[in-house]
Design a protein around this ligand. Structure first.
Ligand code: PEP
Ligand code: MG
Length: 590
C-alpha cells in the first residue's frame, strides 16, 4: 500500500499579527515532556499509579472528542483521523502493555508509557510497508497526547530552539515570549488568546505573523508538519498541497511589496490636509525594538513596557542594569520622547518567581502593576531611581499603570519625590523635572479623571485594559475576543470624556492601547484631540497615511454623530461609510 499524502486542513482563528510564513511546526507543549524521569512506585501504590494512567487516557479521549465536536463543518470530514486516534488509545499494544509495565516493573506511568512507545516505534520502523509505518506514527502521536496529560503543563525554554520553526502552543506566557529569538521563530499559532492578548501584542512588536485563538482545532497539528500561517486573514493551513504552497508564496511576496510601499511614506509627518499635526509613536517591550520604531518612522516611544526585564531570571534587576537598558533606548531616540511605564507585572503578565508570585484566583483584578509596586516600595524605588537618572540624558516621561484611585497617584508621586531627594543627597546625576502621567485603563480612572488631571502632566489611554475592565471581556480569552471592540459606544464615550477632561486641564492626551493602531479608529481619535497615538511599530506607516488623508474639521461632525449611536455595529458602519474609500485604498496596497 502506498502512503497517502497528508490531508490539507484549513483552520480559522483570530488575525493577531500580520504577515505570512511557511515552515515546520514546533509543538511547544509537546516538547516540554521530552525529558521523562523514571522513579519507583511501591507495591501498595501501584493501583493508584495505574489509575493515574487511565485518567490521562480518558482525558485524552475527551479532548479528541471535543476537537471533533468543535471543528467547523469543512474540517469535520477530516475527523476520521481523530476517530482513529480515539480507537488507538485503547490499543492493546499501547494501553495494556503500559499498565503491565507499571505493574511488573514498579515504575511511574510516564516511564512505562515511554518504554512501551519506544518498543512500538522500533517494531513499526522495521516494517517494509509504508502504511504500517504510518500507523506506528499515529500511535506515537496518540501517546504524546497521553504523556502531556500525564505530566500536566510543562514550560519549554524557547531560547533553546535551534532551527527555524513556527511555534504551536496552547498559549505562551510573557516569560516565554521574551525568550523568542527572532532568527529562529518564523511565526506563531495558539489555541487561546486574541489580538489584545500579550501574545498578540508581542507577535506584532516582533513582526512575527500570528494567528491566535484557534481553539482545540490546533491540536491536529503535529510536530514537523508543514504549516502556513496567514496572519493577515487569521488562517492556518496544515499540510498544504503544492498548489496552495505556490499560492501562498505569491501572497507572501505581495504582502512584502505592500510593506515596502507603505514604509516609503513613513518618514513624512503625520499632518492632516488642514495642517493639524499628530505624533505617531511606537510601543516597545525590549530595548532592541527601538530600531524598528525608527525604521517605521515613529516620532518617539509612547509606551515602553518595562516588565519584560524582570522575567526569566532568578533575581530582580539591579538599578544599574535598568539604567543601562533605559539609557540604550533614550540615547537612540533622543531628542524624541521616551515614555517609560513603571512595572506592570502580574495580571496576564505574571512571572513565576517564587518569592513574589502567588496564586491569585482572579489575577486581572489582583496585585497587579501599581498595586504591586506600592506594596513593594524597595523594588519600585529601584526602578524609579533608574528612570530619574536616565531622565537627565533625554526627553523621558514616567507613566504609571493601572491607576484606579487618586490615592495611588498621590502615593506614587510621594515616592518619586522621596527618590529624587535621595539621589540629590547622594550627588547622583538625575532629573527632577520629569513629566509624570497615568494610564487611563480602569473605568474608575475615567470617572475620576478630573481629580487625576490635577495631579499629572498627561493621560495615556490604555484601551486594551479599559475594554477588558469596562466590558468584562478577558483580553486573552478567544471565546470573547470578538467582543473586545474599541468602537463599543461605552468605550467611545469614555475616551471622549477623558479627552474633554484633559483639554479642560490643558494636560497631555495620548493613547497607547491597540485602538490607536487601526486606521479605522483614527478619525474619531483625531476629532477628540488626542495628540499622540502609540502602537506596534509596524502599524505606524498605515496610521500616518490615514492621518495625512483626513481633515480635522471633517472628523468633528463624524464624532458628534458617532456619539449619538447606540451599537458597535452602527459606529463601525458610520466609519466605513465615511472613510471606506480611504481605508480600502490603504488596504488595497496589500
Ligand atoms: C493597555 O492596557 O491598553 C495597554 C497599553 O497596556 P498593556 O497592553 O501593556 O496592558
Ligand atoms: Mg494595560
Amino acid at each position: 500500500m502506498t502512503k497517502t499524502p497528508a490531508m490539507e486542513l484549513v483552520l480559522k482563528g483570530i488575525k493577531a499579527s500580520p504577515g505570512i510564513c511557511i515552515g515546520k511546526a514546533y509543538l511547544v507543549d509537546k516538547e516540554g515532556v521530552e525529558v521523562v524521569k523514571k522513579y519507583n512506585i511501591p507495591a501498595k501504590e501501584l493501583g493508584k499509579e495505574i489509575n493515574r494512567f487511565k485518567s490521562a487516557v480518558k482525558q485524552t479521549s475527551d479532548e479528541l472528542h471535543r476537537i471533533i465536536e468543535d471543528s467547523p463543518e469543512e474540517f469535520r470530514q477530516n475527523a476520521n483521523i481523530l476517530e482513529t486516534y480515539i480507537l488507538l488509545l485503547k490499543d492493546k499494544m499501547l494501553y495494556e502493555r503500559t499498565i503491565e509495565t507499571i505493574n511488573d516493573e514498579h515504575v511511574n506511568a510516564e516511564w512505562a508509557l515511554k518504554k512501551v512507545v519506544m518498543g512500538i516505534r522500533m517494531m513499526f520502523l522495521d516494517m517494509a510497508d509504508e502504511y504500517f509505518r504510518e500507523r506506528g506514527n499515529d500511535i506515537v502521536h496518540v501517546s504524546d497526547r497521553i504523556m502531556r496529560n500525564l505530566v500536566g503543563e510543562e514550560q519549554v525554554n524557547l531560547g533553546n530552539i535551534n532551527k527555524r520553526v513556527i511555534l504551536v502552543a496552547e498559549d505562551l506566557s510573557p516569560a516565554q515570549t521574551s525568550q523568542i529569538q527572532l532568527e529562529k521563530i518564523m511565526g506563531l499559532i495558539t489555541e487561546r488568546g486574541g489580538r489584545a492578548s500579550h501574545t498578540g501584542i508581542i507577535a506584532r512588536t516582533l513582526e512575527i505573523p500570528a494567528t491566535l485563538g484557534l481553539g482545540q482545532s490546533i491540536r491536529v497539528v503535529r510536530h514537523d508538519d508543514i504549516i502556513i500561517v496567514d496572519g493577515n486573514e487569521g488562517v492556518v493551513i496544515v499540510n498544504p498541497s503544492d498548489d496552495t504552497l505556490i499560492e501562498y508564496e505569491e501572497r507572501k511576496f505581495a504582502y512584502e511589496r505592500y510593506k515596502a510601499i507603505i514604509a516609503r511614506g513613513s518618514y513624512e509627518a503625520a499632518e492632516t490636509v488642514d495642517g493639524h499635526r499628530l505624533a505617531v509613536m511606537g510601543n516597545i517591550e525590549l530595548p532592541e525594538e527601538v530600531v524598528s520604531v525608527l525604521d517605521y518612522g515613529g516620532d518617539g516611544i509612547g509606551l515602553y513596557r518595562t516588565e519584560f526585564q524582570y522575567m526569566n531570571r532568578s533575581e530582580f534587576p539591579s538599578e544599574e542594569e535598568l539604567f543601562d537598558k533605559y539609557k540604550d533606548v533614550v540615547d537612540v531616540m533622543a531628542p524624541r520622547p521616551v515614555t517609560i511605564r513603571t512595572l506592570d507585572v502580574n495580571g496576564d503578565k505574571a512571572v513565576s518567581w517564587e518569592q513574589w508570585s502567588r496564586e491569585e484566583i482572579n489575577p486581572a483584578l489582583g496585585l497587579r502593576a501599581i498595586r504591586y509596586c506600592l506594596k513593594k516600595p524597595k523594588i519600585f524605588k529601584t526602578q524609579l531611581r533608574a528612570i530619574l537618572r536616565v531622565a537627565a540624558y533625554g526627553n523621558v516621561r514616567i507613566l504609571i499603570p493601572m491607576i484606579s484611585s487618586l490615592e495611588e497617584v498621590i502615593e506614587t508621586k510621594k515616592l518619586i519625590m522621596e527618590t529624587a531627594d535621595e539621589l540629590e543627597k547622594e550627588g547622583v546625576t538625575f532629573s527632577r523635572t520629569i513629566q509624570t502621567g497615568v494610564m487611563i485603563e480602569v473605568p474608575s480612572a475615567v470617572i475620576i479623571a478630573d481629580s487625576l488631571a490635577r495631579e499629572v502632566d498627561f493621560f495615556s489611554i490604555g484601551t486594551n485594559d479599559l475594554i477588558q475592565y469596562t466590558l468584562a471581556i478577558d483580553r486573552g480569552n478567544f471565546e470573547v475576543a470578538h467582543m473586545h471592540q474599541p468602537l463599543h459606544p461605552a468605550i467611545v464615550k469614555m475616551v471622549k470624556h477623558v479627552s474633554d477632561v484633559a483639554a479642560g486641564h490643558k494636560i497631555g492626551l495620548y493613547m497607547c492601547g491597540e485602538m490607536a493602531s487601526d486606521p479605522i479608529h483614527v478619525p474619531l481619535l483625531l476629532a477628540m484631540g488626542i495628540k499622540e497615538l502609540s502602537m506596534n511599530p509596524q502599524c505606524i506607516p498605515e496610521v500616518k497615511r490615514m492621518i495625512r488623508s483626513l481633515s480635522l474639521e471633517g472628523t468633528k461632525d463624524l464624532l458628534d454623530k458617532a456619539l449619538t449611536l447606540n451599537t458597535t455595529l452602527e459606529i463601525n458602519n458610520l466609519m466605513q461609510d465615511t472613510y471606506g474609500k480611504i481605508l480600502s485604498d490603504i488596504a488595497s496596497l496589500k
